[in-house]
Design a protein around this ligand. Structure first.
Ligand code: ADP
Ligand code: MG
Ligand code: ZN
Length: 477
């Protein structure tokens, strides 16, 4: 039988606030364990929580960006469970009256637009963190009480790749809002993935497993792909599936059974008597809506309209907010009306440098002026495209200007035929087979010969001049 995957994701997001959700403790990452705790977040008897207004405002921003309806009346509930990462033995969360619900996130996969429905976006607090050291386990409560947002999707995602795109789109949107670091390595963005299989085209949902412990988007994708194989085998062998939570083991590249799934009733949810329900005024929601920054989708449309660039290119440029801002500064300062050459530099060599360094394009340390100067040097044939890429790498490493590097490395392009003459002769002499091939009409052979001239000239030959000279000499030979 052919099966289809049904996937729903639960994303947990740290909200960027100075202090925790219900007390005045700092939320700074990486400090001495248990140095950022107080009677409230440690759950001492008699300590009372006070809700952080900044966390609420950020939460509403995310809810609106996810196209959710923000509820006028909302409240906090206690989710009870007994586990040492929670000093209070309950987590403050939201149960039946979440902050917001019924939204969607638009994603694009294989140039098809799809809406992934968002079931709810609700507020809660984070728990402490375990540090395992051989036989002992230590607990750090600095994280306990950090404001957390849970974004729950409907099971509308149908492949690991689509899950990956959903996460990238979500992360990019949140970054635009500037309300979270979205750093999976630091744990400020975490994702649980629910997945089940069903016969292709069926309406009913199959029995799901919940996958935890993935620490990158790639890991989410890998874990889901593994789980599809495992569940397919299981179903084909006629086994009855049970609802369970499984952990992703990145080293072994497989999921391991952790526990059978608890039900909501196991948590004995009840309204938190220390935090009264509250009303969010429509004017307040309207004010926050107006304060939202331009989001990726709107920016793509504007870039296309304002700078005449291709939609495909614009989508790459806006993936990161910082890079979109950098790209816009470049496009504004670029003297040509047609931006294609510049855009190619941004999404080609610049992006490659950034990926290699693991930073944003805007963080490469290449100023707008220096990048534009480099592009101008190529466009005016002062240096070859090939040399320019090497110059860029050097700019990234040393932060020198392109002109200084070109002088230092003597990279000025040789467009002068007299200077190229001996190299051309040598290449023709050393590659008789390619010369013969070109004579019989093989264009690739000419490209190969141009490549040889580039190599022999240390990347300095003007490829256009080289090509014309090669053609001329071979045809007249
Ligand atoms: P739970 O009660 O286990 O928390 P929920 O119904 O609250 O389950 O859903 C949690 C997440 O699991 C949601 O993102 C939802 O879309 C997804 N989900 C629910 N049922 C399934 C299923 N059968 N297959 C895949 N995902 C599912
Ligand atoms: Mg759930
Ligand atoms: Zn505290």
């Amino acid at each position: 039988m052919e099966y289809e995957a049904v996937i729903g994701l639960e994303v947990h997001l740290h909200l960027k606030t100075k202090t925790k959700a219900f007390c005045g403790c700092s939320t700074e990452f990486g400090r001495e364990p248990n140095s950022q705790v107080c009677p409230v977040c440690l759950g001492f008897p008699g300590a009372l929580p006070v809700f952080n207004k900044t966390a609420l405002e950020s939460a509403i921003k995310v809810a609106l960006a996810m196209n959710c309806k923000v509820q006028a009346y909302t409240k906090f509930d206690r989710k009870n469970y007994f586990y040492p990462d929670l000093p209070k033995n309950y987590q403050i969360s939201q149960y039946d009256l979440p902050l917001s619900k019924d939204g969607f996130l638009e994603i694009e996969s294989d140039s098809k637009v799809k809406w992934i429905r968002i079931r709810r976006v609700h507020m809660e607090e984070d728990a402490g963190k375990f540090i395992h050291q051989g036989q002992v386990t230590l607990i750090d409560y600095n994280r306990a009480g950090i404001p957390l947002l849970e974004i729950v999707s409907e099971p509308d995602i149908s492949s690991p790749q689509e899950a990956y795109i959903y996460l990238t789109t979500l992360k990019s949107t949140i970054e635009y809002l500037d309300v979270s670091d979205c750093d999976m390595e630091k744990g400020s963005l975490r994702c649980d993935a629910n997945i089940s299989l069903r016969p292709k085209g069926a309406d009913n949902l199959g029995v799901k497993t919940e996958l935890k412990n993935m620490n990158s988007f790639k890991a989410v994708k890998d874990a889901l792909a593994y789980e599809i194989r495992r569940q397919t085998e299981s179903l084909e062998s006629g086994k009855k599936m049970s609802q369970e939570t499984r952990l992703w083991d990145a080293k072994e590249a497989k999921t391991i059974a952790m526990r059978t799934k608890e039900d909501a009733q196991d948590y004995r949810y009840f309204p938190d008597p220390d935090l009264t329900p509250f009303l969010i005024q429509a004017e307040e929601i309207e004010r926050i809506k107006k304060s939202l920054p331009e989001l990726p989708k709107a920016k793509v449309l504007r870039f296309v309209k304002e700078y005449g660039i291709a939609e495909y290119d614009a989508k790459i440029l806006v993936l990161s907010k910082k890079d979109a801002e950098y790209a816009e500064l470049c496009m504004r300062a670029y003297p040509q009306k047609e931006k294609k050459t510049l855009v190619n530099w941004l999404i080609g060599p610049m992006l490659a440098e950034a990926n290699a360094k693991g930073c944003a394009v805007a963080e490469l340390g290449v100023s707008v002026a220096d990048l534009l100067e480099l592009v101008r040097l190529v466009e005016t044939d002062v240096i070859s495209n090939l040399s320019a890429k090497a110059v860029l790498s050097e700019m990234v490493q040393t932060h020198k200007t392109p002109n200084d590097i070109i002088k230092e490395k003597n990279l000025i392009q040789i467009s002068d035929s007299a200077a190229l003459s001996s190299i051309i002769d040598e290449v023709i002499r050393n590659n008789p087979k390619s010369v013969a091939d070109f004579k019989t009409g093989k264009v690739n052979a000419l490209m190969f010969l141009v490549g040889q001239v580039m190599k022999a000239s240390g990347g300095k030959a003007n490829p256009k001049t080289a090509q014309e000279m090669l053609k001329g000499r071979i045809n007249n030979a």
